[in-house]
Design a protein around this ligand. Structure first.
Ligand code: NAP
Length: 494
Protein backbone atom coordinates (compact mmCIF):
# COMPACT_ATOMS: atom_id res chain seq x y z
CA UNK A 1 0.00 0.00 0.00
CA UNK A 2 1.34 3.42 -1.02
CA UNK A 3 2.25 5.87 1.70
CA UNK A 4 -0.74 8.09 2.48
CA UNK A 5 -0.14 11.78 1.69
CA UNK A 6 -0.62 13.94 4.76
CA UNK A 7 -2.01 17.40 5.40
CA UNK A 8 -0.36 20.27 7.27
CA UNK A 9 -2.03 21.44 10.46
CA UNK A 10 -0.40 23.65 13.09
CA UNK A 11 3.08 23.05 11.72
CA UNK A 12 2.79 19.24 11.61
CA UNK A 13 2.20 16.75 8.75
CA UNK A 14 -0.76 14.68 9.95
CA UNK A 15 -3.25 12.03 8.84
CA UNK A 16 -7.01 12.42 9.23
CA UNK A 17 -8.30 11.71 12.73
CA UNK A 18 -10.68 9.18 11.13
CA UNK A 19 -7.85 7.34 9.38
CA UNK A 20 -9.77 7.69 6.09
CA UNK A 21 -7.99 8.16 2.78
CA UNK A 22 -8.82 8.04 -0.92
CA UNK A 23 -7.05 7.19 -4.18
CA UNK A 24 -6.16 9.71 -6.86
CA UNK A 25 -6.21 8.60 -10.50
CA UNK A 26 -3.87 9.89 -13.21
CA UNK A 27 -6.37 11.19 -15.82
CA UNK A 28 -4.00 10.45 -18.72
CA UNK A 29 -3.57 6.76 -17.89
CA UNK A 30 -6.52 5.83 -15.67
CA UNK A 31 -3.99 4.39 -13.20
CA UNK A 32 -3.76 5.06 -9.44
CA UNK A 33 -1.46 7.99 -8.71
CA UNK A 34 -1.44 8.47 -4.94
CA UNK A 35 -3.30 7.75 -1.73
CA UNK A 36 -4.35 10.89 0.15
CA UNK A 37 -5.70 11.48 3.65
CA UNK A 38 -9.30 12.66 3.99
CA UNK A 39 -10.00 15.13 6.77
CA UNK A 40 -12.96 15.28 9.12
CA UNK A 41 -14.81 18.31 10.48
CA UNK A 42 -12.78 18.00 13.70
CA UNK A 43 -9.50 18.13 11.75
CA UNK A 44 -10.75 21.29 10.04
CA UNK A 45 -11.69 22.85 13.37
CA UNK A 46 -8.23 22.05 14.68
CA UNK A 47 -6.64 23.83 11.72
CA UNK A 48 -8.91 26.85 12.20
CA UNK A 49 -8.03 26.96 15.93
CA UNK A 50 -4.32 26.86 15.06
CA UNK A 51 -4.71 29.71 12.58
CA UNK A 52 -6.65 31.73 15.15
CA UNK A 53 -4.03 31.17 17.84
CA UNK A 54 -1.20 32.02 15.41
CA UNK A 55 -2.92 35.29 14.55
CA UNK A 56 -4.00 36.52 17.99
CA UNK A 57 -1.75 34.82 20.53
CA UNK A 58 1.48 33.98 18.72
CA UNK A 59 1.74 37.47 17.30
CA UNK A 60 1.40 36.98 13.54
CA UNK A 61 -0.90 40.02 13.48
CA UNK A 62 2.05 42.14 14.63
CA UNK A 63 4.73 40.64 12.39
CA UNK A 64 6.51 43.36 10.44
CA UNK A 65 5.38 43.63 6.82
CA UNK A 66 8.99 43.31 5.67
CA UNK A 67 9.28 39.96 7.46
CA UNK A 68 6.13 38.71 5.69
CA UNK A 69 7.58 39.90 2.38
CA UNK A 70 10.86 38.07 3.06
CA UNK A 71 9.01 34.80 3.71
CA UNK A 72 6.92 35.22 0.58
CA UNK A 73 9.94 35.98 -1.60
CA UNK A 74 11.76 32.95 -0.17
CA UNK A 75 8.67 30.87 -1.00
CA UNK A 76 8.76 32.19 -4.60
CA UNK A 77 12.48 31.30 -4.84
CA UNK A 78 11.67 27.79 -3.64
CA UNK A 79 8.93 27.41 -6.28
CA UNK A 80 11.33 28.39 -9.02
CA UNK A 81 14.05 26.10 -7.68
CA UNK A 82 11.61 23.17 -7.74
CA UNK A 83 9.76 24.12 -10.92
CA UNK A 84 10.36 20.84 -12.73
CA UNK A 85 9.18 18.71 -9.86
CA UNK A 86 6.15 20.86 -9.18
CA UNK A 87 5.11 21.04 -12.84
CA UNK A 88 5.45 17.28 -13.26
CA UNK A 89 3.27 16.61 -10.21
CA UNK A 90 0.66 19.05 -11.53
CA UNK A 91 0.57 17.42 -14.96
CA UNK A 92 0.22 13.91 -13.55
CA UNK A 93 -2.57 14.96 -11.20
CA UNK A 94 -4.51 17.43 -13.37
CA UNK A 95 -3.64 16.25 -16.89
CA UNK A 96 -2.62 19.61 -18.39
CA UNK A 97 0.51 19.72 -20.55
CA UNK A 98 3.89 20.13 -18.92
CA UNK A 99 4.31 23.47 -20.72
CA UNK A 100 1.12 24.77 -19.12
CA UNK A 101 2.04 23.44 -15.67
CA UNK A 102 5.48 25.04 -15.93
CA UNK A 103 3.86 28.33 -16.89
CA UNK A 104 1.52 28.08 -13.87
CA UNK A 105 4.50 27.63 -11.52
CA UNK A 106 6.45 30.64 -12.83
CA UNK A 107 3.34 32.81 -12.96
CA UNK A 108 2.43 31.87 -9.39
CA UNK A 109 5.96 32.66 -8.20
CA UNK A 110 5.49 36.07 -9.85
CA UNK A 111 2.18 36.42 -8.05
CA UNK A 112 3.96 35.87 -4.73
CA UNK A 113 6.61 38.44 -5.59
CA UNK A 114 3.98 40.96 -6.67
CA UNK A 115 2.13 40.68 -3.36
CA UNK A 116 5.37 40.48 -1.35
CA UNK A 117 6.09 43.91 -2.82
CA UNK A 118 2.73 45.18 -1.65
CA UNK A 119 3.29 44.05 1.99
CA UNK A 120 5.33 47.15 2.67
CA UNK A 121 3.11 49.60 0.82
CA UNK A 122 -0.03 50.01 2.84
CA UNK A 123 -2.39 52.64 1.54
CA UNK A 124 -5.21 54.53 3.19
CA UNK A 125 -6.95 57.87 3.00
CA UNK A 126 -6.97 60.99 5.05
CA UNK A 127 -10.22 62.92 5.02
CA UNK A 128 -11.51 66.19 6.33
CA UNK A 129 -14.67 66.04 8.43
CA UNK A 130 -16.78 69.19 9.14
CA UNK A 131 -15.23 69.55 12.61
CA UNK A 132 -11.82 71.04 11.91
CA UNK A 133 -10.59 69.82 15.29
CA UNK A 134 -10.81 66.25 14.02
CA UNK A 135 -8.30 64.61 11.75
CA UNK A 136 -9.50 61.45 9.95
CA UNK A 137 -7.69 58.58 8.31
CA UNK A 138 -8.27 55.04 7.13
CA UNK A 139 -5.99 52.07 7.64
CA UNK A 140 -6.16 48.53 6.28
CA UNK A 141 -6.07 45.61 8.71
CA UNK A 142 -6.12 41.85 8.16
CA UNK A 143 -9.36 39.92 8.69
CA UNK A 144 -7.71 37.33 10.94
CA UNK A 145 -8.33 33.75 9.79
CA UNK A 146 -9.05 33.30 6.08
CA UNK A 147 -10.54 30.02 4.80
CA UNK A 148 -9.68 29.15 1.19
CA UNK A 149 -11.36 26.66 -1.10
CA UNK A 150 -9.94 26.01 -4.57
CA UNK A 151 -10.99 24.24 -7.79
CA UNK A 152 -9.06 21.55 -9.68
CA UNK A 153 -8.37 23.27 -13.01
CA UNK A 154 -5.46 25.52 -11.90
CA UNK A 155 -4.49 24.09 -8.49
CA UNK A 156 -1.25 26.05 -8.10
CA UNK A 157 -2.49 29.37 -9.47
CA UNK A 158 -5.82 29.35 -7.65
CA UNK A 159 -4.06 28.61 -4.35
CA UNK A 160 -1.59 31.43 -4.97
CA UNK A 161 -4.23 34.02 -5.96
CA UNK A 162 -5.56 33.57 -2.42
CA UNK A 163 -2.46 32.75 -0.38
CA UNK A 164 -0.32 35.61 -1.69
CA UNK A 165 -2.71 38.53 -1.04
CA UNK A 166 -4.03 37.02 2.20
CA UNK A 167 -0.52 36.60 3.64
CA UNK A 168 0.59 39.98 2.31
CA UNK A 169 -2.36 41.57 4.13
CA UNK A 170 -1.28 39.83 7.34
CA UNK A 171 -3.89 37.06 7.73
CA UNK A 172 -3.39 33.46 8.76
CA UNK A 173 -4.92 30.81 6.49
CA UNK A 174 -6.55 27.42 6.21
CA UNK A 175 -6.62 26.12 2.64
CA UNK A 176 -8.70 23.28 1.22
CA UNK A 177 -7.66 22.20 -2.29
CA UNK A 178 -10.03 20.41 -4.68
CA UNK A 179 -10.24 16.73 -3.75
CA UNK A 180 -9.08 15.66 -7.22
CA UNK A 181 -5.89 17.75 -7.25
CA UNK A 182 -4.23 18.15 -3.84
CA UNK A 183 -0.71 17.02 -4.82
CA UNK A 184 0.80 20.29 -6.01
CA UNK A 185 -0.75 22.12 -3.04
CA UNK A 186 0.90 19.64 -0.67
CA UNK A 187 4.20 20.51 -2.33
CA UNK A 188 3.52 24.24 -1.88
CA UNK A 189 2.99 23.71 1.84
CA UNK A 190 6.24 21.72 2.09
CA UNK A 191 7.94 24.80 0.64
CA UNK A 192 6.23 27.16 3.09
CA UNK A 193 7.33 24.92 5.95
CA UNK A 194 10.89 24.91 4.60
CA UNK A 195 11.16 28.70 4.30
CA UNK A 196 9.92 29.09 7.87
CA UNK A 197 6.34 30.31 8.05
CA UNK A 198 5.58 30.13 11.78
CA UNK A 199 3.49 27.30 13.21
CA UNK A 200 -0.25 27.71 12.55
CA UNK A 201 0.07 30.58 10.06
CA UNK A 202 -0.54 28.37 7.03
CA UNK A 203 -2.65 25.22 7.29
CA UNK A 204 -3.65 22.68 4.65
CA UNK A 205 -6.73 20.52 5.15
CA UNK A 206 -7.49 17.91 2.51
CA UNK A 207 -11.03 16.59 2.34
CA UNK A 208 -14.41 16.90 0.70
CA UNK A 209 -16.25 20.12 -0.05
CA UNK A 210 -19.30 19.03 1.91
CA UNK A 211 -17.23 18.47 5.08
CA UNK A 212 -14.04 20.58 5.06
CA UNK A 213 -15.33 23.28 2.68
CA UNK A 214 -18.60 23.52 4.55
CA UNK A 215 -16.84 23.83 7.90
CA UNK A 216 -14.58 26.61 6.61
CA UNK A 217 -17.61 28.45 5.23
CA UNK A 218 -19.64 28.25 8.41
CA UNK A 219 -17.11 28.33 11.27
CA UNK A 220 -17.49 31.28 13.63
CA UNK A 221 -13.71 31.41 13.89
CA UNK A 222 -13.13 32.00 10.18
CA UNK A 223 -13.35 35.70 9.37
CA UNK A 224 -13.32 35.53 5.58
CA UNK A 225 -13.78 32.78 3.05
CA UNK A 226 -12.34 32.89 -0.45
CA UNK A 227 -13.84 30.34 -2.82
CA UNK A 228 -13.23 29.26 -6.42
CA UNK A 229 -15.62 26.82 -8.03
CA UNK A 230 -19.13 26.28 -9.33
CA UNK A 231 -22.14 28.52 -8.79
CA UNK A 232 -23.94 25.78 -6.81
CA UNK A 233 -21.11 25.28 -4.32
CA UNK A 234 -20.58 29.06 -4.22
CA UNK A 235 -24.21 29.53 -3.22
CA UNK A 236 -23.77 27.03 -0.42
CA UNK A 237 -20.63 28.84 0.80
CA UNK A 238 -22.55 32.13 0.74
CA UNK A 239 -25.40 30.66 2.80
CA UNK A 240 -23.03 29.15 5.36
CA UNK A 241 -20.93 32.30 5.55
CA UNK A 242 -24.04 34.14 6.70
CA UNK A 243 -23.72 32.23 10.02
CA UNK A 244 -21.24 34.79 11.35
CA UNK A 245 -21.52 37.39 8.54
CA UNK A 246 -18.01 36.56 7.39
CA UNK A 247 -16.61 38.25 4.30
CA UNK A 248 -16.81 36.27 1.08
CA UNK A 249 -14.99 36.30 -2.21
CA UNK A 250 -16.52 34.01 -4.83
CA UNK A 251 -14.78 33.25 -8.12
CA UNK A 252 -17.28 31.24 -10.15
CA UNK A 253 -17.94 29.97 -13.65
CA UNK A 254 -18.40 31.59 -17.03
CA UNK A 255 -19.63 31.26 -20.61
CA UNK A 256 -17.54 34.01 -22.06
CA UNK A 257 -18.01 35.62 -25.50
CA UNK A 258 -15.28 36.57 -27.94
CA UNK A 259 -16.55 39.04 -30.57
CA UNK A 260 -14.72 39.00 -33.92
CA UNK A 261 -15.41 41.89 -36.29
CA UNK A 262 -14.55 41.76 -39.99
CA UNK A 263 -11.92 44.48 -39.53
CA UNK A 264 -9.93 42.42 -37.00
CA UNK A 265 -6.36 41.43 -37.67
CA UNK A 266 -7.44 38.14 -39.19
CA UNK A 267 -4.62 35.79 -38.19
CA UNK A 268 -4.51 37.21 -34.64
CA UNK A 269 -8.25 36.65 -34.29
CA UNK A 270 -8.23 33.04 -35.55
CA UNK A 271 -5.27 32.20 -33.35
CA UNK A 272 -6.89 34.04 -30.40
CA UNK A 273 -10.17 32.17 -30.79
CA UNK A 274 -8.49 28.74 -30.70
CA UNK A 275 -6.39 29.72 -27.70
CA UNK A 276 -9.42 31.24 -25.93
CA UNK A 277 -11.27 27.93 -26.07
CA UNK A 278 -8.77 25.11 -26.03
CA UNK A 279 -6.07 26.22 -23.57
CA UNK A 280 -6.02 23.85 -20.56
CA UNK A 281 -8.46 21.44 -22.33
CA UNK A 282 -11.14 24.14 -22.18
CA UNK A 283 -11.24 23.61 -18.41
CA UNK A 284 -10.89 27.33 -17.79
CA UNK A 285 -13.45 29.52 -16.02
CA UNK A 286 -12.72 32.38 -18.41
CA UNK A 287 -12.59 30.20 -21.56
CA UNK A 288 -13.89 32.00 -24.63
CA UNK A 289 -16.44 29.29 -25.23
CA UNK A 290 -18.71 31.40 -27.46
CA UNK A 291 -17.11 32.96 -30.51
CA UNK A 292 -19.37 35.56 -32.15
CA UNK A 293 -18.26 36.16 -35.73
CA UNK A 294 -19.42 38.94 -38.06
CA UNK A 295 -21.44 37.46 -40.93
CA UNK A 296 -19.19 39.01 -43.62
CA UNK A 297 -16.24 36.79 -42.62
CA UNK A 298 -18.11 33.90 -40.95
CA UNK A 299 -17.52 31.15 -43.56
CA UNK A 300 -13.83 31.82 -44.12
CA UNK A 301 -13.18 32.35 -40.39
CA UNK A 302 -14.87 29.08 -39.47
CA UNK A 303 -12.87 27.16 -42.07
CA UNK A 304 -9.57 28.48 -40.69
CA UNK A 305 -10.67 27.99 -37.09
CA UNK A 306 -11.36 24.32 -37.75
CA UNK A 307 -8.09 23.93 -39.65
CA UNK A 308 -6.05 25.33 -36.74
CA UNK A 309 -8.03 23.36 -34.15
CA UNK A 310 -7.19 20.13 -35.96
CA UNK A 311 -3.50 20.83 -35.30
CA UNK A 312 -3.99 20.45 -31.54
CA UNK A 313 -2.05 17.41 -30.31
CA UNK A 314 -3.87 15.38 -27.68
CA UNK A 315 -1.90 13.14 -25.35
CA UNK A 316 -0.30 12.55 -21.99
CA UNK A 317 0.77 16.00 -20.83
CA UNK A 318 4.21 14.64 -19.91
CA UNK A 319 4.95 13.78 -23.56
CA UNK A 320 6.89 16.14 -25.80
CA UNK A 321 4.78 18.11 -28.27
CA UNK A 322 1.46 17.45 -26.55
CA UNK A 323 -0.61 20.60 -26.17
CA UNK A 324 -3.88 19.20 -24.86
CA UNK A 325 -4.22 16.65 -22.07
CA UNK A 326 -7.10 14.57 -20.71
CA UNK A 327 -10.10 15.90 -18.79
CA UNK A 328 -9.94 15.70 -15.03
CA UNK A 329 -12.06 12.57 -14.39
CA UNK A 330 -14.02 9.91 -16.21
CA UNK A 331 -17.28 11.42 -14.89
CA UNK A 332 -16.37 14.85 -16.16
CA UNK A 333 -15.45 13.38 -19.55
CA UNK A 334 -18.92 11.80 -19.77
CA UNK A 335 -20.54 15.09 -18.77
CA UNK A 336 -18.70 16.88 -21.60
CA UNK A 337 -19.60 14.11 -24.09
CA UNK A 338 -23.22 14.46 -22.91
CA UNK A 339 -23.14 18.17 -23.84
CA UNK A 340 -21.83 17.24 -27.30
CA UNK A 341 -24.82 14.92 -27.78
CA UNK A 342 -27.11 17.70 -26.58
CA UNK A 343 -25.59 20.10 -29.13
CA UNK A 344 -26.21 17.65 -31.94
CA UNK A 345 -29.82 17.09 -30.78
CA UNK A 346 -30.35 20.86 -30.52
CA UNK A 347 -29.45 21.21 -34.21
CA UNK A 348 -26.00 22.83 -34.01
CA UNK A 349 -23.62 21.83 -36.82
CA UNK A 350 -20.73 19.64 -35.65
CA UNK A 351 -17.69 21.02 -37.49
CA UNK A 352 -14.93 18.98 -35.89
CA UNK A 353 -14.26 16.61 -32.98
CA UNK A 354 -17.31 15.38 -31.13
CA UNK A 355 -15.97 12.13 -29.66
CA UNK A 356 -13.90 10.60 -26.94
CA UNK A 357 -10.37 10.17 -28.30
CA UNK A 358 -9.38 6.51 -28.09
CA UNK A 359 -6.47 6.11 -30.46
CA UNK A 360 -3.63 4.00 -28.97
CA UNK A 361 -2.71 4.97 -25.41
CA UNK A 362 -5.43 7.66 -25.34
CA UNK A 363 -7.99 4.90 -24.74
CA UNK A 364 -6.75 4.53 -21.17
CA UNK A 365 -7.35 8.17 -20.23
CA UNK A 366 -10.19 10.71 -20.26
CA UNK A 367 -9.55 12.41 -23.60
CA UNK A 368 -12.13 14.35 -25.63
CA UNK A 369 -11.44 15.66 -29.13
CA UNK A 370 -11.40 19.44 -29.51
CA UNK A 371 -14.95 20.08 -30.70
CA UNK A 372 -16.54 22.98 -32.59
CA UNK A 373 -20.25 23.58 -33.19
CA UNK A 374 -21.35 26.05 -35.86
CA UNK A 375 -24.75 27.71 -36.40
CA UNK A 376 -25.49 27.91 -32.69
CA UNK A 377 -28.52 29.88 -31.59
CA UNK A 378 -28.75 31.93 -28.38
CA UNK A 379 -31.02 29.68 -26.34
CA UNK A 380 -29.34 26.34 -26.97
CA UNK A 381 -28.15 24.66 -23.77
CA UNK A 382 -24.62 24.36 -25.20
CA UNK A 383 -24.61 28.16 -25.61
CA UNK A 384 -26.09 28.92 -22.20
CA UNK A 385 -24.39 26.40 -19.88
CA UNK A 386 -20.76 26.14 -18.85
CA UNK A 387 -19.43 22.88 -20.34
CA UNK A 388 -15.92 23.21 -18.87
CA UNK A 389 -14.31 21.14 -21.59
CA UNK A 390 -13.07 21.53 -25.18
CA UNK A 391 -16.42 22.39 -26.81
CA UNK A 392 -16.70 25.66 -28.72
CA UNK A 393 -19.95 27.30 -29.91
CA UNK A 394 -19.94 29.64 -32.89
CA UNK A 395 -22.59 32.30 -33.52
CA UNK A 396 -23.03 34.77 -36.37
CA UNK A 397 -23.90 38.47 -35.98
CA UNK A 398 -24.54 41.32 -38.37
CA UNK A 399 -24.32 44.60 -36.42
CA UNK A 400 -22.37 45.90 -33.45
CA UNK A 401 -25.59 46.14 -31.42
CA UNK A 402 -26.46 42.54 -32.21
CA UNK A 403 -22.98 41.41 -31.10
CA UNK A 404 -23.44 43.12 -27.74
CA UNK A 405 -26.90 41.62 -27.28
CA UNK A 406 -25.66 38.08 -28.02
CA UNK A 407 -22.59 38.57 -25.83
CA UNK A 408 -24.72 39.53 -22.82
CA UNK A 409 -27.32 36.80 -23.35
CA UNK A 410 -26.28 34.46 -20.50
CA UNK A 411 -26.50 34.52 -16.72
CA UNK A 412 -22.68 34.64 -16.52
CA UNK A 413 -20.43 37.70 -16.66
CA UNK A 414 -16.89 36.53 -16.09
CA UNK A 415 -14.85 37.47 -19.18
CA UNK A 416 -15.14 38.77 -22.74
CA UNK A 417 -12.97 39.63 -25.71
CA UNK A 418 -13.22 41.81 -28.82
CA UNK A 419 -11.14 41.62 -31.96
CA UNK A 420 -11.19 44.70 -34.22
CA UNK A 421 -8.60 47.21 -35.44
CA UNK A 422 -11.10 50.01 -34.77
CA UNK A 423 -10.27 51.10 -31.23
CA UNK A 424 -13.38 53.24 -30.87
CA UNK A 425 -15.60 50.28 -31.72
CA UNK A 426 -13.59 48.00 -29.43
CA UNK A 427 -14.09 50.37 -26.50
CA UNK A 428 -17.81 50.88 -27.21
CA UNK A 429 -18.42 47.13 -27.29
CA UNK A 430 -16.23 46.21 -24.33
CA UNK A 431 -17.93 48.86 -22.15
CA UNK A 432 -21.36 47.44 -23.02
CA UNK A 433 -20.52 43.83 -22.23
CA UNK A 434 -21.36 42.94 -18.63
CA UNK A 435 -18.15 41.12 -17.64
CA UNK A 436 -15.38 41.74 -15.13
CA UNK A 437 -12.35 40.56 -17.14
CA UNK A 438 -11.95 41.77 -20.72
CA UNK A 439 -9.35 41.79 -23.47
CA UNK A 440 -9.08 43.66 -26.78
CA UNK A 441 -7.10 42.01 -29.57
CA UNK A 442 -5.85 39.28 -27.24
CA UNK A 443 -7.67 36.72 -25.11
CA UNK A 444 -6.83 34.83 -21.98
CA UNK A 445 -3.69 36.07 -20.26
CA UNK A 446 -4.06 36.50 -16.52
CA UNK A 447 -2.11 39.43 -15.15
CA UNK A 448 -1.18 39.29 -11.47
CA UNK A 449 -1.36 43.08 -11.52
CA UNK A 450 -5.02 43.23 -12.67
CA UNK A 451 -8.23 42.49 -10.71
CA UNK A 452 -9.81 39.10 -11.48
CA UNK A 453 -13.51 38.47 -10.93
CA UNK A 454 -16.94 38.39 -12.46
CA UNK A 455 -20.21 40.27 -12.93
CA UNK A 456 -23.65 38.66 -12.63
CA UNK A 457 -23.57 35.02 -11.50
CA UNK A 458 -19.83 34.70 -12.13
CA UNK A 459 -19.03 35.85 -8.64
CA UNK A 460 -18.46 38.46 -5.98
CA UNK A 461 -15.19 40.25 -5.21
CA UNK A 462 -11.83 40.48 -6.93
CA UNK A 463 -8.58 38.56 -6.63
CA UNK A 464 -5.19 39.84 -7.89
CA UNK A 465 -3.94 43.38 -8.32
CA UNK A 466 -4.22 45.91 -5.53
CA UNK A 467 -7.95 45.09 -5.51
CA UNK A 468 -6.91 41.57 -4.48
CA UNK A 469 -5.00 42.95 -1.51
CA UNK A 470 -8.05 45.02 -0.50
CA UNK A 471 -10.20 41.88 -0.73
CA UNK A 472 -8.18 40.32 2.10
CA UNK A 473 -8.19 43.28 4.45
CA UNK A 474 -10.73 45.33 6.39
CA UNK A 475 -10.89 49.13 6.36
CA UNK A 476 -10.79 50.95 9.66
CA UNK A 477 -11.53 54.64 10.11
CA UNK A 478 -9.56 56.45 12.81
CA UNK A 479 -10.72 59.88 13.93
CA UNK A 480 -8.34 61.91 16.09
CA UNK A 481 -9.42 64.97 18.04
CA UNK A 482 -6.44 67.28 17.93
CA UNK A 483 -7.48 69.19 21.05
CA UNK A 484 -9.27 67.34 23.86
CA UNK A 485 -12.54 69.05 24.86
CA UNK A 486 -15.73 67.60 26.43
CA UNK A 487 -18.84 67.70 24.18
CA UNK A 488 -21.10 68.80 27.13
CA UNK A 489 -23.99 67.23 25.16
CA UNK A 490 -25.58 65.92 28.37
CA UNK A 491 -24.29 68.63 30.63
CA UNK A 492 -20.96 69.13 32.33
CA UNK A 493 -18.81 66.79 34.42
CA UNK A 494 -18.37 68.13 37.95
P1 NAP B 1 -16.85 22.79 -7.39
O1 NAP B 1 -17.41 21.45 -7.50
O2 NAP B 1 -17.74 23.91 -7.00
O3 NAP B 1 -15.62 22.67 -6.37
C1 NAP B 1 -14.78 23.75 -6.08
C2 NAP B 1 -14.25 23.59 -4.67
O4 NAP B 1 -15.35 23.72 -3.76
C3 NAP B 1 -13.66 22.22 -4.38
O5 NAP B 1 -12.59 22.36 -3.49
C4 NAP B 1 -14.82 21.49 -3.74
O6 NAP B 1 -14.44 20.40 -2.94
C5 NAP B 1 -15.43 22.59 -2.92
N1 NAP B 1 -16.84 22.41 -2.57
C6 NAP B 1 -17.77 21.66 -3.20
N2 NAP B 1 -18.96 21.76 -2.56
C7 NAP B 1 -18.77 22.60 -1.51
C8 NAP B 1 -19.60 23.09 -0.48
N3 NAP B 1 -20.88 22.77 -0.40
N4 NAP B 1 -19.08 23.94 0.44
C9 NAP B 1 -17.78 24.32 0.36
N5 NAP B 1 -16.93 23.85 -0.59
C10 NAP B 1 -17.42 23.02 -1.52
O7 NAP B 1 -16.16 23.25 -8.75
P2 NAP B 1 -15.11 22.45 -9.62
O8 NAP B 1 -15.82 21.47 -10.43
O9 NAP B 1 -13.98 22.00 -8.78
O10 NAP B 1 -14.52 23.64 -10.50
C11 NAP B 1 -15.10 24.05 -11.67
C12 NAP B 1 -15.81 25.36 -11.50
O11 NAP B 1 -14.91 26.35 -10.96
C13 NAP B 1 -16.25 25.92 -12.83
O12 NAP B 1 -17.53 26.47 -12.73
C14 NAP B 1 -15.22 27.00 -13.10
O13 NAP B 1 -15.65 28.00 -14.01
C15 NAP B 1 -14.98 27.53 -11.74
N6 NAP B 1 -13.71 28.27 -11.68
C16 NAP B 1 -13.76 29.62 -11.53
C17 NAP B 1 -12.58 30.35 -11.53
C18 NAP B 1 -12.58 31.85 -11.39
O14 NAP B 1 -11.53 32.40 -11.12
N7 NAP B 1 -13.71 32.53 -11.55
C19 NAP B 1 -11.36 29.70 -11.66
C20 NAP B 1 -11.35 28.31 -11.80
C21 NAP B 1 -12.54 27.60 -11.81
P3 NAP B 1 -14.31 18.94 -3.60
O15 NAP B 1 -13.21 19.01 -4.57
O16 NAP B 1 -13.99 18.09 -2.43
O17 NAP B 1 -15.62 18.63 -4.23
Amino acid sequence: MAEVKKMFIDGEWVLSSSGDSYTLINPATGEPLAEVTKATREDTQRAIAAAKRAFYEDGWCDVEPLKRAELMNAFADEMEAQVEDLARIETMNNGKSLTESTYDVYDSANCLRYFAGLCTKPTGQTYQVPDTNVFGMTVREPFGVVGMITAWNFPISLAMWKLAPALAAGNTVVLKPASYTPLSTIKLFEMMEKVGFPKGVVNLVIGSGSVVGDELAKSDDVDKVAFTGSIEAGQSVMRQAATNMKGICLELGGKSPVVVFDDADYKTAVDGAVFAMFYNQGEVCSAGSRILIQDTIYDKFVKDLVKLTKKIKLGNGLDEGVNMGPLITEDHMHKVLGYIETGIKEGATLLCGGHRATEGALAKGWFVEPTIFGDCTPDMRIVQEEIFGPVLCLQKFHTEAEAVELANHTTYGLAAGVYTENLGKAMRVIRKIRAGITWINEYGPVYNEAPWGGYKQSGIGRELGTYGLDEFSEVKQINVAKTSAPTEWFGTVD
